[in-house]
Design a protein around this ligand. Structure first.
Ligand code: CP3
Length: 356
C-alpha cells in the first residue's frame, strides 16, 4: 500500500524564499531586495487611491491596505512585501489620538508629558483595537507570492512622537523627560514595550512571515542614554518576536556609534544606513547577524550609471558573505522615479558573486 510520509516541518534553515534565507544567513544566488516605504506617494497607483481616501482610511480598510501593499510588489519585483500601516497606529487605542495633517506629518492630539498622562494610557488589545491591521495581513497571505513583513515602531521612536506631539528634530521634550523625570520615562517605556510587543506578536500569529522594528530616530541618543533608557525596552519586543520563530529585523538610522548596543538589544538582521560603509558596520556587528541596507535614498535621483556604481559598491562590500538584504538606508523619498527603483531591483538581482 502506498504510504505517504508525514510532512516534516521545514527547519528554519531551509526556507525557499531568498529574503527569508538571507535573514537567517543562508546562501542565496543574489541579495534579496525590498525598500522601506515601498508603498507611497512616489507611486501613481498609490496617489490614485489617496485622492479618495486619507492615510488612516486606507489603514482602517483591510482590502485597501492590502491593495496598497501589493502595488510595489507588482510594479517593482521586490523580494518581500511590507504591510501597509503606520508605526503610530497604536497611539489611537492608547488614547493619545492621531491625525495626519496635510503637509505636516503626524499630529498626536493628547501628548504624554506627566506620570498622570502615562497612567491614563488605556490598555490595548491588538485583536480588537488593531484588528483591521491583522485582517489586512490575513488577506495578504492569500494573495502574496513573496514573504510579508509586519512591523511596529520601537518604544523610543514611538515615545518621541507621543511626548513631542509630532515629528521632532532635537527631541527636547523626550530627552528632558528622560533626564528630569526618569520614573515617568521608565513607566511610559514599560507600557509602550508591552503594547508594541503584543501588537507585533499578534501580527506574526495573523501570518506575518518576518517583522521589522523601526527605531528610526534612535541615532539622536548617546550610547549611555541608549543603554539605560532604551535598550531593555527594545530588547523585550525583539525577544518576544523571536520566540514566534520568524526573522526579526532591527532598524535605526544614524546608528554607527550605537551598533554594538543595537546588536545586544537583538534582531536576526540589523539595518544599516549610508552613514557607514556596509562592511565597516557589519564588522562592528559581527558575523553572527545578517545586515540590511544601505543605499542613501537620495542617490535614486542620480543618473542610472551613477546609481549602479553605488549599488555595486554595496554588494561588493558584502564580500560574498551570506546574510545581506539590499535596501535603502531609510525610506523611499516622495519624488523618486518608479523606473529607477525597478532598475535598482534588477541591478541587485543581476549582480553575481562572480563580480566580487
Ligand atoms: O511601504 C511601507 O514602508 C509601509 C508603510 C509604512 C508607512 N509608515 C506608511 C506611511 C511604514 C513602514 C511606516 C513607518 C513609519 N511611520 C515610520 C518609521 C519609518 C521611517 O520612515 O522612519 C515613521 C517615523 C512613521 C510616522 C509617519 N507616518 C510620519 C513621520 C509620516 C509623515 C511623513 C510623510 O512622508 O508625510 C507618516 C505618514 C505616512 N505613513 C505616509 C505613508 C506612506 C505618507 C504618505 C501619505 O500621507 O499618503
Amino acid at each position: 500500500m502506498a504510504h505517504s510520509q508525514p510532512t516534516k516541518e521545514l527547519p528554519i534553515t531551509n526556507y525557499q524564499s531568498p529574503f527569508l534565507r538571507a535573514c537567517y544567513r543562508q546562501p542565496v544566488d543574489a541579495s534579496p531586495v525590498w525598500f522601506m516605504r515601498q508603498a507611497g506617494r512616489y507611486m501613481p497607483e498609490y496617489r490614485a487611491i489617496r485622492k479618495k481616501y486619507s492615510l488612516l482610511e486606507i489603514c482602517y480598510q483591510p482590502e485597501l491596505a492590502a491593495e496598497v501593499t501589493l502595488q510595489p510588489v507588482r510594479a517593482l519585483g521586490v523580494d518581500a512585501a511590507i504591510l501597509f500601516a503606520d508605526i503610530l497606529l497604536p497611539a489611537i487605542p492608547l488614547g493619545v489620538g492621531l491625525e495626519f495633517a496635510k503637509g505636516e506629518g503626524p499630529v498626536l492630539l493628547n501628548p504624554v508629558r506627566t506620570m498622570e498622562d502615562v497612567k491614563n494610557l488605556r490598555p490595548v488589545n491588538p485583536e480588537t483595537d488593531l484588528g483591521y491591521v491583522l485582517d489586512a495581513i490575513r488577506i495578504l497571505r492569500r494573495e502574496l507570492s513573496v514573504p510579508l513583513i509586519g512591523f511596529c515602531g520601537a518604544p523610543f521612536t514611538v515615545a518621541s512622537y507621543i511626548i513631542e506631539g509630532g515629528s521632532s528634530r532635537k527631541f527636547l521634550k523626550t530627552k528632558t523627560m528622560m533626564y528630569a523625570e526618569p520614573q515617568t520615562w521608565h513607566a511610559l517605556m514599560e507600557k509602550l514595550s508591552t503594547v508594541l510587543s503584543d501588537y507585533l506578536v499578534a501580527q506574526i500569529r495573523a501570518g506575518a512571515q518576518a517583522v521589522q522594528v523601526f527605531d528610526s530616530w534612535v541615532g539622536a541618543l548617546s550610547p549611555q542614554d541608549y543603554e539605560e533608557f532604551v535598550l531593555p525596552y527594545s530588547q523585550k519586543i525583539l525577544q518576544d518576536a523571536k520566540k514566534e520563530n520568524v526573522p526579526v529585523i532591527h532598524f535605526g538610522t544614524n546608528t554607527a556609534t550605537l551598533l554594538p548596543l543595537i546588536k545586544r538589544a537583538g534582531g536576526d538582521v540589523i539595518g544599516l544606513d549610508w552613514r557607514i560603509h556596509l562592511d565597516d558596520g557589519w564588522r562592528l556587528l559581527g558575523d553572527d547577524v545578517a545586515v540590511q541596507g544601505n543605499l542613501d535614498p537620495t542617490v535614486l535621483f542620480a543618473p542610472l550609471p551613477e546609481i549602479k556604481k553605488r549599488v555595486d559598491d554595496i554588494l561588493r562590500r558584502t564580500n560574498g558573505r551570506a546574510g545581506h538584504i539590499f535596501n535603502l538606508g531609510h525610506g523611499v523619498l516622495q519624488h523618486t522615479p518608479v523606473d529607477t527603483l525597478k532598475a535598482v531591483v534588477e541591478m541587485v538581482h543581476e549582480f553575481r558573486r562572480t563580480s566580487l
